[in-house]
Design a protein around this ligand. Structure first.
Ligand code: QAP
Ligand code: CO
Length: 178
């Protein structure tokens, strides 16, 4: 088990697109375990592989209060979206900032589980919003891309300043076979 380094906006590596995953092996299990550990340590509800500099289509989520209901989504695809909503979102890659974003409250999603089984589900509410936010990461997109340029640039400046002050400890990158 290892904690991974989370990239922070405006790091260009967050613009990488995740590649489709074909190998459902022990390496993939290790990556998803480390991503879950990293997400729990950072008190997040969702983390995409691109956020830890792994350009593959892998997401981990846990929206439970008890923090013991992990969901791993490999190669997720949204087939259907219904009922627009406005949701105030944050992101582990944009620490300390929260903005309203338009999303869908009801989606139908297809993904592979960690064993490679194909799952299709109707999902709603927070989990549906979280899946939309995380799939955006796999396409190099961030929630700040939906807000005004002025707000986005202010956020980038403030995060750069905070990181330059050394208040967030840097972690070593962990190598994987991807
Ligand atoms: C994405 O976000 C999300 O600023 C997951 O200081 C957010 O886990 C989906 C976090 C909202 C749906 C709704 C953010 C932790 C965690 C911070 C997160 C922070 C500490 C964000
Ligand atoms: Co995020």
């Amino acid at each position: 088990m290892a904690l991974l380094n989370i990239l922070h906006y405006p790091d260009n590596k967050l613009r990488q697109k995740g590649e489709k995953i074909h190998a459902f092996d022990d390496n993939l299990k290790k990556i998803s375990d480390d991503m879950l550990e990293t997400m729990y340590a950072a008190k997040g509800i969702g983390l995409a592989a691109v956020q830890v500099n792994l350009p593959i289509r892998l997401i981990v989520i846990d929206i439970s209060e008890s923090r013991n209901e992990p969901i791993i989504l490999v190669n997720p695809i949204i087939n259907d979206r219904k009922e627009k909503i406005i949701f105030e979102e944050g992101c582990l890659s944009v620490p300390g900032f929260y903005e309203k974003v338009e999303r869908y409250n009801d989606i139908n999603v297809t993904y592979n589980d960690i064993e490679g089984n194909t799952i299709n589900k109707d999902v709603e509410g927070l989990l549906a919003v979280c899946i939309q936010h995380e799939i955006d990461h796999l396409d190099g997109k961030l929630f700040v891309d939906y807000i005004s340029n002025l707000k986005r640039d202010r956020i980038a400046k403030k995060i750069k300043k905070t990181l330059a002050s050394g208040s967030v400890p840097a972690r070593k990158d962990v190598p994987y076979n991807i």
